[in-house]
Design a protein around this ligand. Structure first.
Ligand code: PLZ
Length: 452
């Protein structure tokens, strides 16, 4: 089987895979089925998967499986391969670094690429003030460290997170994450001093941004007390919770209140960061300058890397040796990040995210006009979702959502669901996808909805 088709290469990034949807077997095909059977024997049951295939290659806008099926990728491995899978610049940087040295542990003997990634993060994140960064392995680890830093800086313990928030699967981040199934159920007890308040969910709460902020702030002041609060953490657009875009004026009011009360405002941009929303960081869309920003996912095109970036005086609160980890800022991951950041900055990817957003919004709103089961289309840039509802009652329709996703999967289109109520399909295509393939993917979604 040849994976290379010289006639139709991806617009940017990835091995030159034919940019076509091609499903020649039921999914999974025989070879994938064999591997998935071994998976269920060898891999813990808790590690589930949504696409019944075993992958052999990916690039541009496609993922190719072991049976030669070519699937349209509308998920980017959950918002990770934003620059494109196996992007040539990233692949070359990784190979070169692997041949040079694979690890020293930055806490033992440092190297320049880690410093360069920190410099890039300090430069690219919003806020015209002195910043510093620290690197880790995963989004959850970045969030944990942001909380550690905020506690050390303030000398306070309490942390506020929001309804529908998602921050990870480690013990502290499970406590911060709102949704029980599948993330938390049976895994407690959870870390103490974590409090949850309602945020802003315009479709469901009907509040303006300032009203939603006032509701949250009153609860914080009455139930926790500003003087006990180290940090507020929020995703500027909530990802796993349903691509919830807060009403105008919500985030800035929370930032303003935090600043007035010496509470560290942490923006979790693990999912929204790095061009995904049509801005380098989603905080820019809302005009906010967070004290700390957590990043991961898109930063390194699939290599495990995460960061905490923010005001130098806060970042420096932890004592020498207080932050770290064996692999944090691994040199291969840093090489990948520098190549990805080069692509974000120099290959027009922010503009591309906006174009993809226009295509997604136009098509999904078009479907919605004739189908009231789509209650709302929302998002920014290449981070867009459709929320499915019962048209009579407005209640979430998780069964319809699951049926649409299942039909898309069977037709060779990778879509992801999300939402506290499981009634949202989210679109997170790699920015290397071509317009035609994106359009074809949306045709499949439209047909799946019509048939559901
Ligand atoms: N913060 C905002 O979106 C990860 C979770 C997938 P890690 N989201 C995908 C799953 O089911 O595990 C995420 C996020 C935000 C933190 C995280 C956690 O990032 O790299 O998965 O630890």
């Amino acid at each position: 089987m040849t994976l290379i088709d010289e006639t139709t290469s991806a617009p940017t990034g990835g091995p030159a895979l034919a940019q076509v949807r091609r499903v020649t077997t039921p999914l999974p095909g025989p070879r994938s089925a064999e591997i998935l059977a071994r998976k269920s024997d060898a891999v813990a049951a808790g590690v589930a998967h949504s696409m019944p295939v075993s992958v052999v290659a990916a690039g541009g806008g496609v993922v190719v499986d072991a049976d030669g099926n070519s699937l349209i990728d509308l998920g980017s491995g959950i918002a990770v391969t934003t620059v494109g899978n196996a992007h040539p610049k990233v692949a070359a940087a990784v190979a070169a670094q692997a041949a040079q040295f694979t690890h020293t542990c930055f806490m033992v003997s440092p190297y320049e690429s880690y410093v360069e990634v920190a410099e890039a993060l300090n430069r690219l994140t919003p806020g015209d003030f002195a910043k510093k960064s620290a690197l880790f392995n995963s989004g959850a680890e970045a969030v944990e460290n942001a909380i550690k830093i905020a506690r050390k800086h303030t000398g306070r313990q309490a942390v506020v997170a929001f309804d529908h928030g998602y921050h990870g699967r480690t013990n502290l981040t499970m406590a911060l994450t709102a949704k029980s199934m599948p993330y938390k159920s049976g895994f407690g007890p959870f870390a103490p001093e974590v409090y949850r308040v309602p945020g802003s969910y315009p479709l469901r709460d009907g509040l303006t941004g300032p009203e939603a902020a006032a509701r949250a702030i009153t609860l914080i002041e009455k139930q926790i007390g500003a003087g006990n609060l180290a940090a507020v953490i929020i995703e500027p657009i909530q990802g796993e919770g349903g691509f919830i875009v807060p009403a105008d004026g919500f985030l800035d009011a929370i930032v303003e209140w935090s600043r007035a009360n010496d509470v560290v405002f942490i923006a979790d941009e693990v999912q929204t960061g790095f061009a995904r929303t049509g801005a380098m960081f989603a905080s820019e869309i809302f005009g906010i300058e967070p004290d700390l920003i957590t990043t991961a996912k898109g930063i390194a095109a699939g290599l495990p890397l995460a960061g905490v970036t923010g005001r130098a005086e806060i970042m420096d609160a932890a004592h020498a040796g207080g932050l770290g980890g064996t692999y944090g800022g691994n040199p291969i991951a840093c090489a990948a990040a520098l190549a990805a950041i080069d692509a974000f900055e120099n290959d027009g990817l922010i503009e591309r995210a906006r174009q993809i957003g226009e295509i997604l919004f136009a098509r999904l709103n078009d479907i919605r006009e004739n189908d009231p089961r789509i209650g709302e289309v929302r998002g920014h840039g290449a981070m867009v979702a459709a929320e499915f509802v019962n048209p009579e009652t407005g209640e979430p329709d998780a069964a319809l959502t699951a049926a649409v996703a299942k039909a898309c999967v069977a037709e060779g289109v990778i879509v992801l669901t999300c939402g506290t109520f499981g009634n949202v399909i989210r679109f997170l295509p790699p920015l290397s996808i071509g317009d035609d393939l994106l359009g074809e993917g949306l045709d499949v979604v439209a047909a799946a909805l019509a048939g559901a």
